[in-house]
Ligand binder design. Structure first.
Ligand code: AMP
Ligand code: MG
Length: 335
């Protein structure tokens, strides 16, 4: 669908999928109860999981929030447009209540993608847009993935090819002028936030432990999962490879189809029904970019059990590991 048509569909209360720099979003006019209800319906998304509102210009913020802060302004200056979502105090009545799921806050970001920015400007309204997948499935990183999940349930897709980052945005909550809590790790790393704000205290989602989930309602749901059972294996690399191959061999002996998601350094070593290399372990951006497509490839091949090598947690590795742990439903072994 051409961006002009897509903007028209959004203005008319329709649902349009569009590319961002993270994953494809499923957009609707964030002010309209009917349009936003359509998002929850099409995705099968639980109604207590609030949506991120996408804007194209900073001036749109005035209509959505009651107050910014010097810390929020600084983060917008530094990281917008980009994969950083800020949770800010919501202006009463500005948006459909379905967007915020009844919270007094609203999550806002400005995507760094020319098609997304153009579409939001032409639609001339704030756009609520979760990832354009059926709830629980891996997020879509191509227009084809969106169709797999949502064909017949939405009004159109703007096809912009494969998305860049491949994982969803980082969601942060701010307190005072120094505290940044990462509710969901993502495209902007904790290291990048700390480097940009040397005086800030950056609290990561695992330092908060279970507290992160209630603060960011979506994090309690099993997300991003393939249909096959995924087990994540960490530890010393050659022990990991030995343990994964042994588990694969056991399953194959029982007639179960097997898959391995490995870093390129070891991918050629594995013998399984489907082995997917996710790039070098020294360049985790590549694995982030390809993770969701790989999970969908295992599904397409009907793989019943998948083992994945666990990434190192630094930089984008934190977001990658977070999504892989969720995809595994917590089956995370260390050998
Ligand atoms: P998705 O749109 O599927 O990428 O998920 C959006 C994420 O942002 C979910 O984890 C939501 O729980 C989280 N989120 C959205 N709005 C808020 C909010 N007001 N406060 C905290 N987390 C939020
Ligand atoms: Mg999502």
């Amino acid at each position: 669908m051409a961006p002009v048509q897509a903007a028209e569909a959004l203005r008319a209360g329709g649902l349009v999928a569009f590319p961002t720099e993270t994953v494809y979003g499923l957009g609707a006019d964030a002010r309209s109860d009917l349009a936003v209800a359509g998002i929850f319906e099409a995705k099968g998304r639980p109604s207590d999981n609030p949506l991120i509102v996408h804007i194209a210009d900073r001036c749109q913020l005035d209509g959505l929030i009651t107050a910014s802060s010097p810390l929020a302004d600084k983060l917008m200056d530094l990281f917008w447009p980009g994969p950083l979502t800020l949770v800010l105090p919501a202006k009463e009545g500005a948006l459909s209540r379905l967007v915020t799921a009844g919270l007094p806050t609203v999550a806002v970001r400005m995507p760094d993608h020319p098609l997304a920015l153009g579409l939001i400007r032409q639609a001339d309204c704030p756009i609520a847009a979760p990832s354009a997948n059926r709830s629980g499935r891996p997020s879509p990183t191509t227009a084809g993935h969106v169709l797999e999940d949502l064909a017949g349930r939405i009004d159109g897709i703007v096809d912009g090819g494969a998305t860049g980052v491949g994982l969803e945005s980082t969601v942060v909550e701010l307190e005072g002028d120094r505290l940044v809590r990462i509710l969901r790790p993502g495209g902007i790393t904790a290291e990048a936030l700390q480097a940009a704000l040397p005086h800030a205290v950056i609290v990561t989602d695992d330092q908060m432990g279970e507290a992160a989930a209630p603060r960011s309602p979506g994090m309690k749901y099993a997300h991003y999962a393939p249909q096959g059972e995924l087990t994540l294996v960490g530890g010393e690399p050659s022990s990991v490879a030995t343990a994964i191959q042994a588990a694969v061999d056991d399953s194959r002996a029982c007639g179960i189809s097997t898959g391995v998601l490995a870093f390129d350094e070891r991918a050629a070593r594995y013998v399984a029904d489907l082995v997917i290399g996710m790039g070098s372990e020294t360049k985790l951006e590549d694995a982030a970019h390809s993770l969701y497509a790989a999970l969908r490839q295992f599904d397409a091949a009907g793989i019943e059990r998948i083992w994945a090598e666990s990434p190192a947690k630094a930089g984008i590795g934190a977001a990658l590991l977070n999504r892989m742990v969720k995809a595994s439903g917590g089956r995370h072994e260390t050998v």
